[in-house]
Design a protein. Sequence first.
Length: 277
Amino acid sequence: MGQKDIAEKMLADYNDVFADIVNVLLFDGKQVIKEDSLENVKDKSQYKAASQIHEEERDVSKVFNRHNIRIAMLGLEHQTDVDADEVFRVLGYDGVSYKSQLLNGRKERYPVVTLVLYFGTKRWNKATSLFEALDIADEWKPYVNDYKINLFEIAFLEPEQVAKFKSDFRIVADYFVQTRMSKEYVPSKENFKHVDEILKLFRVLTDDSRFEEAQNNSDGGGARNMCEVLDRAENKGKIEGMVIAFNKAKFSVEQIAGEVGISVAEVQSILAAQKQS
């Protein structure tokens, strides 16, 4: 599993974030899913191709319980690019989930609901149903069951929808909506709860190097919100520029440290990084 896949799953795997995503996207913000009503489950599918067994697992999957009764199995799939085969992938996951209900020895049966979270800033222009994905002759259509996916284009949510999120996912959605609408991002002063997971997610979903700089520190450099993350990244960039400028002017490492107001070790680190770039 690649770093990108892991980062995308980490934030949504928190019950408060998972419940928030489902409540806003499915129930318009109504608090139907409580975070303490969610149970983690592993939902895997297997298939054979080229004489080898391959295994796929949903990005995040949880069972929603109410009064010790399983109400639904909920799955999240993250997409950064448009995928023409997404309908088939979701159909496969959902089929395996229903199959497992038949094989687990329990009598209970419950629906399986998958949400596809698409983070691209261009509209999804591929199939969202089986009928759209297949070229089905008219005489066959009455006998083929259609299958639709629940696709949510995060960057195209309305600002009013974004405001309904109560978890850290609001920060994520707000970023993509802003950058899609204006190509610029005005950071929020709303504090993070899951700092490391937020920064890792932004690092893999965006091309903004400032998030990579912040994520390289174990806790975002002590930053509590997006304003602080970007302010510190900007300040770091200014310091690095000053160090490089003084170095070109033939200042000694000690002189540079005194002029910029940082330690000799920090100056040496910046200069070493510049040589490697």
